[in-house]
Design a protein around this ligand. Structure first.
Ligand SMILES: O=C(O)c1ccccc1N[C@@H]1O[C@H](COP(=O)(O)O)[C@@H](O)[C@H]1O
Length: 211
């Protein structure tokens, strides 16, 4: 089970992830209280354990901005978390494929699940991995709202997927007994008063790894 801790933005956050070594961390480049710039990301990355892969989270961003940020911050994965279309994804993959420095960059697409049809159409997208998140009218992500697991259970999703949306120490084991994602993506569930909390990161990573 892969683990991603998202919304890393402070030096302390880097210390916490270096201690507990999730597989991935996420940097938010979209409008959010967790948003950082590519220059700030670069500074944080210099302190990061090299075994941890980095994911840039973008929402309805121009291809130029996604590419320049990915280059500056030297990201391993681009996570599209908005309303990006199949055409946008194909254009992005084409640019990555033709770039010497970005040809190994992966593309993940977040599907904000309202119903089974969202999963069915998301499953057809030309991406390296899907990320199933809850739907909220207020915000594109990082809401702490959970997905209705019955929608995933009754779907015929074929792609590997990360599960996101309100995962925390109180619901993680039950969630993983109901569905079998490739990985879990956790953000607000490891925060206290809006900031990453070392103890919550420790507890949830240990809990998932002991499972
Ligand atoms: O975390 C954010 O602020 C954010 C903003 C805009 C798009 C995505 C964002 N985060 C992603 O949201 C999900 C779920 O987060 P949570 O665990 O419910 O708080 C996760 O995939 C983050 O990458």
């Amino acid at each position: 089970m892969k683990i991603k801790i998202c919304g890393i933005r402070r030096h302390q956050d880097i210390e916490y992830v270096n201690e507990f070594l999730p597989d991935y961390i996420g940097f938010i480049f979209a409008k959010s209280k967790r948003q950082i710039t590519s220059a700030e990301c670069l500074v944080l990355k210099k302190e990061l354990d090299p075994s941890i892969k980095t994911v840039g989270v973008f929402v309805n961003e121009s291809l130029e901005k996604v590419i320049s940020t990915t280059l500056v911050a030297n990201l391993d994965v681009i996570q599209l978390h908005g309303d990006e279309t199949r055409e946008y994804i194909l254009d992005l993959k084409n640019i990555l494929k033709n770039s010497t420095s970005l040809k190994d960059t992966l593309v993940w697409k977040a599907i904000r699940v309202k119903g089974e049809k969202d999963i069915i159409s998301g499953d057809k997208l030309p991406v390296d991995c899907l990320l199933l998140d809850s739907f909220s009218k207020q915000s594109y992500g990082g809401t702490g709202k959970t997905i209705d697991l019955d929608i995933i259970k009754s779907s015929t999703i074929k792609n590997q997927f990360f599960l996101a949306g309100g995962l925390n120490i109180d619901n993680i084991l039950n969630t993983l007994s109901e569905v079998s994602p490739y990985g879990v993506d956790i953000s607000s569930g490891v925060e206290t008063d809006g900031f990453k909390d070392r103890n919550k990161i420790e507890k949830i990573i240990n809990c998932i790894r002991r499972k």
